[in-house]
Design a protein around this ligand. Sequence first.
Ligand code: ADP
Ligand code: MG
Length: 257
Amino acid sequence: MVNNSVPLLVATGLCKSFGGIKAVYEANIEVNKGSITGLIGPNGAGKTTLFNLLSNFIRPDKGRVIFDGEPIQHLQSYQIAQQGLVRTFQVARTLSRLSVLDNMLLAAQKQTGENFWQVQLQPHIVAKEEKQLQERAMVLLESVGLAKKAYDYAGSLSGGQRKLLEMGRALMTNPKLILLDEPAAGVNPRLIDDICDRIVAWNRQEGMTFLIIEHNMDVIMSLCDRVWVLAEGQNLADGPPAQIQTNQKVLEAYLGK
Ligand SMILES: Nc1ncnc2c1ncn2[C@@H]1O[C@H](COP(=O)(O)OP(=O)(O)O)[C@@H](O)[C@H]1O
Ligand SMILES: [Mg+2]
């Protein structure tokens, strides 16, 4: 069983302004190890900016981020990813002139094949590793419903399929924590249930922790152990989904008062 009370990610007092706009102001968030945590809030609440701050795609004006017991805000995004914290983008970023499968393989880290001398001296190990990576990539593509597209250009995918590919790419790195920015947006409704089932399986079987921004409340309510609510860049509430769903302040924020 997962221990839901050990924090994996703790961010405190995060602030980021763009010109005069306080996109995120003194925001806190906590994600427990083994949990599926939700992040919700009206459009423009600062959710994506908060993801950018957590993964250091944007530097905070102020605040602290602790991941797996270590401060990470001084690290570059790629170093944070190497520590096991990866994120997907609200608008998927895939390499359209590569195949779907190559997009997956490129995401894999620490391949022996990246080291010139290893390739020269131990070609059999490199070949074996490549085969294992290909197998993992195909299993993951299967699970996000893209196996049949493995050899198509990523550029030929729909917006929703690109989001699925991005999720697959994130999983290739075998991360401890995945930040998903609106995974269901633009995805064929028939696939959404599948994706949810997958997220639960990765969580329960592989012990992966998730932080998910999503507007689809069914997705949030069915998946999440705990939900954080942002409004106008600030924390509005946090708690179990059933409590959040009936929280008066949250309802008002969504209705725009
Ligand atoms: N790069 C940027 N430059 C200027 N303003 C930005 C930038 N990114 C976000 N914002 C502003 O910050 C606020 C929060 O945006 P965002 O984090 O995208 O919200 P959400 O993801 O909750 O919809 C919005 O007012 C948005 O216009
Ligand atoms: Mg957003």
